[in-house]
Write a protein that binds this ligand. Structure first.
Ligand code: AMP
Ligand code: MG
Length: 454
């Protein structure tokens, strides 16, 4: 006899096929299976072992076989996109030696006798503004008036800033020496011709856009944006647009996942709510071929109405794994249909978001060819004592606090996966191995930095 919590009964599969079912349990979702098959399947589900976090993540990443296609976009559409080409500089930057000050271009040999008591008098024999093209050589005994960004004339090797000079029309008195700083950026000091400036796999931020434009590259090859479908499942769910009856709840996961996807460089499409009904989900899955990834939340556990896994398997989806030894987020189901990933995320909003962070995000990152895969991790000093139940690897919601260069993390008290509000206060997850039962303040812990995601 096997105890089955969710059926609130016991089943004997040893031969006489007697079983006792929860009288409230409904089989309306079950395909044409007999009750025995259904129960046997449930038993298999319950007994199936959980896999470790690292094994699950490895499976996900290994299953991303090919990168998404590329497309060429103009620079004004390239922000946040993953570059798929190495960018080499076609010329030196700056392309000519230039002044970093408004002042006078001089030859330092002419200032050899300069001291605080004896200024040097030079003839002003030119005026160079930013953008000047024809530059005469500087002759000894002369200085040229020069503006910031203007090319240094041949023969000059320093710029004296305007504050250190006095001009009297034709001549300028140089009052002070240049010191260490010649106030010239030499040609190619920033970037040299042929240098690889940005490597492929970089997410182009404002700095990259500026560099591409500075190199005269107005179009760039980037990854296409992956399309991701979002479906929320549950008989208790109603759309936030509709009237809610007292026994119903509004959908949290749909829009929370939509936000995470937008912040992860994907194009989400929220397709709404499906009731706990296998048939409807199977119908929906038939229409989702064009998405790179499908996220379905709810119905992946072992309750009587948790039909998502069975429905997915019916549609020919290949199961990669179900259930991971983590808390929150244990019941995650991951499968594939050709190159499409299907994630069955737990309905619990905290669990589904943690699963997104741990599994969906790395898959998206790899699919779009990012150099750095997954949410950035690091170390922080724990700011409070924490007591934990042993068992699964934990991902605890916390807040990062930077104090005088030291990164601390405070772990929030309410860690039950049903408590969604702590998600609003959090900007980090703290990863704690399953064997650890307590952590004292001051200890270094591994954190996932969610500041770019939440
Ligand atoms: P399930 O994974 O379907 O067993 O759902 C677990 C818990 O999450 C239940 O309390 C559900 O009511 C709740 N839940 C499921 N889906 C959502 C959703 N989209 N938004 C908010 N809560 C949900
Ligand atoms: Mg449900």
């Amino acid at each position: 006899m096997y105890p089955i919590n969710n059926l609130q009964t016991a089943v004997d599969l040893s031969g006489n096929k007697t079983y006792f079912l929860d009288p409230c349990s409904s089989f309306s979702n079950v395909r044409n299976d007999s009750k025995e098959t259904f129960i046997k399947h449930k038993l298999e589900q319950i007994q199936e072992t959980m896999i470790s976090f690292s094994a699950a993540l490895n499976i996900c990443l290994k299953e991303v076989n090919e990168l998404i296609h590329t497309e060429d976009v103009p620079l004004d559409q390239a922000l946040g996109r993953v570059l798929r080409e190495d960018i080499y500089s076609p010329f030196d930057l700056p392309p000519f030696s230039k002044s970093v000050m408004d002042g006078y271009a001089v030859n330092k040999q002419d200032l050899a006798n300069l001291s605080d008591q004896h200024p040097v008098n030079l003839k002003i024999c030119g005026h160079i503004r930013a953008g000047s093209s024809v530059i005469e050589s500087l002759k000894h005994g002369c200085a040229m008036r020069i503006m910031t960004g203007a090319p240094i004339p041949p023969g000059a090797d320093a710029v004296i800033k305007i504050e250190d000079t006095v001009s009297n029309g034709d001549h300028v008195q140089i009052l002070r020496k240049t010191g260490e700083n010649d106030f010239i950026i030499p040609k190619g000091q920033d970037i040299q011709q042929g240098q690889c400036v940005i490597s492929k796999g970089t997410v182009s931020g404002p700095a990259e856009l500026g560099m591409l434009s500075g190199l005269g590259q107005m179009q760039v090859s980037v990854s296409q944006i992956p399309k991701v479908a979002i479906i929320s499942t549950g008989d208790e769910l109603v759309s936030s647009k509709d009237k809610r009856e007292p026994h119903q709840i509004y959908d949290i996961n749909g829009y929370a996942l939509l936000g995470m996807l937008q912040k992860s460089g994907a194009l989400p499409k929220y397709l709404g709510i499906i009731k706990d009904n296998e048939h409807d989900l199977i119908q929906a899955m038939r229409l989702l071929d064009n998405y790179h990834i499908v996220l379905i939340s709810g119905g992946v556990s072992i309750g009587d109405y948790d039909m998502v896994q069975e429905a997915l398997l019916t549609t020919g989806i290949r199961k990669l794994f179900w259930k991971v030894r983590i808390k929150p987020g244990k019941p995650i189901f991951v499968g594939k249909r050709n190159e499409q990933f299907i994630f069955g995320l737990p309905g619990n909003p905290v669990s589904s978001l943690v699963n997104f962070i741990l599994f969906v995000r790395p898959v998206i990152d790899k699919l779009i060819g990012k150099k750095n895969i997954g949410i950035p991790t690091g170390q922080a000093t724990l700011l409070n004592d924490v007591y934990l139940s042993p068992g699964r690897r934990k991902f605890l919601r916390g807040s990062l606090q930077v104090d005088d260069g030291n990164v601390g993390v405070y772990i929030h008290e309410l860690q039950q996966s049903g408590i969604y509000s702590t998600m609003l206060q959090s900007n980090a997850l703290v990863e704690v191995p399953g064997s650890i039962q307590s952590l004292q303040a001051g200890k270094k812990v591994k954190i996932y930095d969610l500041t770019s995601l939440l």
